[in-house]
Design a protein around this ligand. Sequence first.
Ligand code: PLP
Length: 405
Amino acid sequence: MNVPPKPNSYRTGPDDRGRFGIYGGRFVAETLMPLILDLEKAYAEARQDSAFAKEMTGYLTHYVGRPSPLYFAERLTDHFGGAKIYLKREELNHTGSHKVNNVLGQILLARRMGKKRIIAETGAGQHGVATATLCARFGLECVVYMGAVDVARQAPNVFRMKMLGAEVVPVQSGARTLKDAMNEALRDWVTNVGNTFYCIGTVAGPHPYPGMVRDFQSVIGDETRSQMHEAEGRLPDSLIACVGGGSNAIGLFHPFLDDPTVEIYGVEAAGHGLTKLHAASIAGGRAGVLHGNRTYLLMDDDGQIQEGHSISAGLDYPGIGPEHSWLNDIGRVKYLSATDDEAVAAFQLLSKIEGIIPALESAHALAKVADLAPTKPRDHLMVVNLSGRGDKDVPQVAEILGTKL
Ligand SMILES: Cc1ncc(COP(=O)(O)O)c(C=O)c1O
């Protein structure tokens, strides 16, 4: 149920210059500018083309396995004794997370543009796996940049990408995590401008990426809207999703931004705590420019980017998508944060109580459900985006819990 934006809408951004308020934009090297303009044009054309939409829907249905279910979590609801909790089950998608929705869109676009070589950056490895998967499906060369620290902590996903035929390049600079992988991917793109398409994994980067990735992920919120109508005959009362760069969150939120009765919560990673090591760019950052856009960033007093920390490799990015920065400033979305310990507790709770092992990223959203749900009445309808499954995190959580596998 795709609802068109209302007058005075929160859903019409970005503007022509790629801005959401003072955020977003296109801060890139001169050599990249023609490529970015090409991409903007190709996406604008594809958006108007019903053949592109049809192709996308076909693969989403038959390859990805959409629609993903909206599942009433009865035991979790009883456990908290407040809001009626529904889980949007993105972890059931092919490749195990929401990342595949966006990758499919970008790979179909790359094919339209005649690009044969795909590069990507990845943190937890889910975006890398999704990219490697679709490159295998369409016979495209695939190179994935991944921080060396993430290569070590997400070994199963590294192996998966290699099985799928991708080259995984461990990045040794900086903190050797997602930010550094993105730097390296941008460097590759500048060097190989002719044949290469950069498939960005979240709603960050230069315009048109934040808006384009959001559009591809909005299938999550569009489905939620019609599924909730089917299940309960009305809109949900609240939405909750974890925020790394913010693609699973904006995908759920965007179709509901103009519905004033719907409360919306994004959950950043508070790591060891907001006064210690964390990755909560909104709670602990300020506006600056990184990876081609202006947004909230973790910075020191001199404006140098600080390393983000989270137990979850998908959330430790020191920035956030520019649309989220804007939604925070205008107050439409409330940004909370969950610590590593809270996420591990939520990871265990959902596993035991619903038989669903969530990704550590998604566990951050679930951790705040523990705070919010008990404060709501029993007829409050709450939707949590279960952005991915936790198989990739099992070895890490086992180690934290002192179990030798
Ligand atoms: C399962 C899962 N959820 C969430 C995220 C965070 O990304 P985003 O904020 O773009 O949804 C990641 C990133 O790797 C992920 O793998």
